[in-house]
Write a protein that binds this ligand. Structure first.
Ligand code: MG
Length: 169
């Protein structure tokens, strides 16, 4: 018997929340990135842009895959040497960043600049995700959250009014 599948979209958002990342927290990163460029940007607009980015299947797939790997690493379920690499968030690994860039890539060149910028400064929720508390692993999630914020900010920067105006796209 085939079990009913929760939509990828709902699952990705539920996983984000389960891992301590609210849409609000991502929207705040968008504000951080855009505040000098779109001065009257509201949290509601930032949040809407995040929601539009989260409707993309590529983004949902990346989130679910990355979060699954973080959880598996917390449970010591990965094969070596991957377990050690992910557990220690080793800088030269790079697959977490590659996955993040695949999200950023969906929204044009401004997204890359945005991503590099918040990845370096790690404001807001990114700082919490990078706390490296014992037993808690966010090796993939921190990059993915930064990428979703960078993509949402790039959408606003590139000005995609048509997409924004279509309520159920
Ligand atoms: Mg990482």
């Amino acid at each position: 018997m085939v079990k009913p599948i929760t939509s990828l979209h709902d699952r990705a958002i539920a996983l984000l929340e389960q891992r301590g990342v609210s849409l609000e927290a991502i929207a705040n990163l968008v504000i951080f990135l855009q505040k000098d460029y779109i001065r009257d940007l509201t949290l509601a607009q930032a949040r809407e842009s995040v929601q539009i980015v989260l409707r993309k299947r590529e983004v949902q797939n990346a989130l679910i895959t990355g979060i699954q790997l973080d959880i598996a690493a917390e449970q010591h379920q990965l094969i070596e040497p991957l377990q050690t690499i992910v557990e220690n968030d080793e800088g030269l690994y790079g697959v977490d960043e590659t996955m993040a860039l695949s999200i950023v890539d969906l929204y044009g060149s401004i997204g890359f600049t945005n991503y590099g910028y918040i990845d370096r400064l790690k404001p807001g929720i990114l700082k919490l995700l990078n706390a490296h508390e014992p037993g808690i692993i966010h090796t993939f999630l921190d990059d993915l959250v930064g990428a979703v914020a960078a993509a949402a900010a790039a959408r606003l920067a590139h000005g995609e009014p048509d997409e924004a105006r279509t309520p159920d796209k």
